[in-house]
Each structure stands twice: as C-alpha cells, then as structure tokens.
Write a protein that binds this ligand. Sequence first.
Ligand SMILES: [Fe+2]
Length: 499
Amino acid sequence: MTRIDRRYFILGGAAAAGSLVLSSSATAAPLNPFRLGVASGDPAPTSVVLWTRLAVRPLNADGHGGMPRKPIAVQWQVATTARFSRIVASGTVNARWADAHSVHVIARGLQPGAVYYYRFRAFGQISPVGRTRTAPAAGTFGPDLRIAVASCANYENGYYTAYRRIAEENPGLVLFLGDYIYEESGSPGRVRSHAGGETVTLADYRRRYAQYRTDPDLRAAHAAAPWLVVPDDHEVENNYAKLVRANSRPALTAAQWRARRAAAYRAYYENMPLRSASFYRRVGWGRLATFHMLDTRQFRDDQPCGDYWKVCAAADAPNRTITGAAQEKWLLDGLARHYGTWDVLGQQVFFARYADEAGAANMDAWDGYRGARDRLQRGWLQRGVRNPLVLTGDVHAALANDLKLDYRDPGSATIGTELICTSVSSNGDGTALREVPWPGVNPHIRHYSERRGYTMVTIGQERIRADFRVLPRVSRPGAPVSTNASFVVEAGRPGLHRV
Ligand SMILES: [Fe+2]
C-alpha cells in the first residue's frame, strides 16, 4: 500500500466511498458501522483469521443491525505497529447481507511468531485496532505462551469485568470454551437484560451476538489477542445433545428444532473469528503445544438416565460417545503425532470424575460418557502422550484436577491434568466457598472456587503454570482481579503442584 493509499484509509475518502447516513436519521453525521468491534482467531505460523461485522443499529430485531440490503466493500489492513506505519497485508472484501454483513478475512503471508495490528474501513469510517499474533514456526518453541481461559458469559447475570481484565493481561491467546451467549431471556436477579425473548430464529441469534458485542469489555478482550473458540449448549439450547432437546419449551416441531439448531450454528460462525464452520480442529503452536479443540455437543449420544445429577449404570455402557466416532478417531490420530510438548484439549464439559457420596454425577459431563473417557485416557497412554492438559468450562466454578486411570482408586496413576475455568458472569457474583465438594470421593480434585473470573495458563517448555484469577463481584462493574490459587505441572511428570 502506498503512502497515498494509507492516507486515504485513515482520512476516510468519504466522497469516493460514501458515508452511511440512515434516511430516517435526523442527523447528517455518518453512523459508525463498527459498533460490534473486531476480532481475530485460529492463528497459524503465516496466517490468522480477521473478523468484523458491520452494524449501525445492533439491536434491530431482524438481526441485520440496520445495514442496507446490499453488499458493502470493507477494506482491511495488517501492520507490524499499532500506528500502521508498516503495512504488510491488505485487501478488500465484501460484507454480504446474507452473512449479516460479517466478514472473515484470512490474512496470509505473515511472519511466524510475530505480533500484528489490524483494522477495517467501511463507509469512510475506521474500525478500532485489534492486536493479534501468529503461531511459532514449525520446529520451534517460541517464547512461553500465556493464555486466558474463559467460559460461560450470561450477559444478564453480570458485567464483563473478567473480559476487561483479560484484555489488560495482554495474553498471547484466549481460549473460550463455550456458553459465549445464552439463549434464554429474563434470568431471575438479572443486572441487565437480553433484547428479545429466547433465541429461536436466525434473526434472534444474530441480534443476541450483536447485543453481546455492544459490551465494551468484551470488545476489548477480542481486540487484545486471537481467540480459539468452541461452542457448547447455550449457543443453541440448554443441555441439548446432537439432535435431542432437553427442553419442551418453546414448543417446536422436529423440523423447527432442526432449523433452530442450524440457525444457531450459522450465527455462531458468522460472529466468531473461525476459519470454517467445522468447530473441532487442531491449532499447532510449534513444538510448544498442540491445541485440539473439541466439539462435545453436536455429535454426542443423549445424556443417560434422563440427564442432570444421577446414579446411573447406563452411563457406564462402553460404547457411548460424547464426540462421535469420527471426531474420536481424529483426536486419537492427532494425539499420536507427538508434535507439541503439551497436548491441550480445549473442550466444554467436566472431564474428570466428579461425584457425590451416593455416586451421583452430572450426566451432561464426561461422567455420563464413562466409556468414552476411558477410551480417550487409555488412548493417550497407548500413544505415549507425555503431557495431556484438558481445559474445560461449563460448571461456573474453578477446579484443578489430577486425571486418574481409575478414579475409584486414589492410588491409581495420575495420567494428566484438567483445569476448569470458572464463569465470566453466569450465576452472578458467586461465593467465597473453597472446600472441594465430597472430598472423600473426589480426592483427585485439588482446587475449588465459586468466584467469577478466568484462568491464566502459562505454557513453557519445562512446565505449565495455572493462575486462577477471581473477581469479588460481577453485579457491579469495575471489580479488581486477584489470584486465589496457583499450580504448576512439570513436563513429563503428570500431577498438579500447588505454588
Ligand atoms: Fe454455562
């Protein structure tokens, strides 16, 4: 891009591109089409996904954000400095009405292991600047990688202070493990309200994502680092499994339910910095780590024994699956490659056994799919996987678990680690409770906290470190963040050590 082109990008070139002024608007001032912010994701050594979605009226009920029914040209730039003094990639892409004016750009030809800045331009307006990075070159470790791990961000339940604090940490990567939006509306005790009722149609889901992105703390977290995202149930409907609903309201015919599910996933892709609408995928981070991002929702068998916490013999059936056969084979094949020092499984629901004294456990978690858990754990042992690390969301509490070959035998070998982030906002303020529930039957659970927040995980060649970051409240904005537990795991020696 020449100097003149850059000036044109910055100054807007309104005469050539035209300003977006709604005909019904009383003011002649151009409207900002970048109210949903920018995002990046799924970095590779020489490319990264850049995202934005144009909207001038984000809460419009048709989900189109007040945009005209036509394609809009969007320019994009990637630079090595935040002032865009050296632009290394640029182009123009059409934001289409059919995609709710979302754009996914794959910026290519980048240097491995580098930090970049990016921005968009449309209607003579410049977007906020996002910061992103590429993965290290194949065969290299790169520096230690600091990742923020988060999940469960019901907008009604609390403010997004956790997202603000994540942005302030300047992480290398953000992992978001499900329940980015919630489909329901009107939570009891809510501190703010979803626009519209329960999301069912494509328009509903599009508006829900747009409303979430009107939050400046969430936009800041997206602009701070590339994200690796996977959806869970609330991006569609609570506790659904494959094609089976857990709810009877709203009443839907089978065809309406399938249409709702498809609309939900379409809106998810439109609003996330993903390379494709296939959510399970691998993201390599040189020799340091391999991220195996899982989808434990779309392909799973139905929860046994009617779901929820149950004593359930059917959960032991050896042939049950939570990933589907194709994803399970893909995962085990990927674990056999031994490429990254740490094999990180980014996934949705509680992986280790977690039971009460009567033996009841959550049928929506891997405890409802014990055969699948056993096949995966034995699978990684058989393949000589040295450093498996399972990262999990879902339960609105933070936990650190030693993974065991046999959870009923405390003397059984520790074969990996699970770190569970708490919720960003779901369930509201949380509590000071720190005692592990039913410690007699859950001795492998080493940490428990019901505070809101996120987990910072620093991945190094020799060890990982986990810092559980907590907030005293989310019912009011601006709470300070602190650490209430830290652990390390040494490479080649499974097991959590409190520090
Ligand atoms: Fe959740």
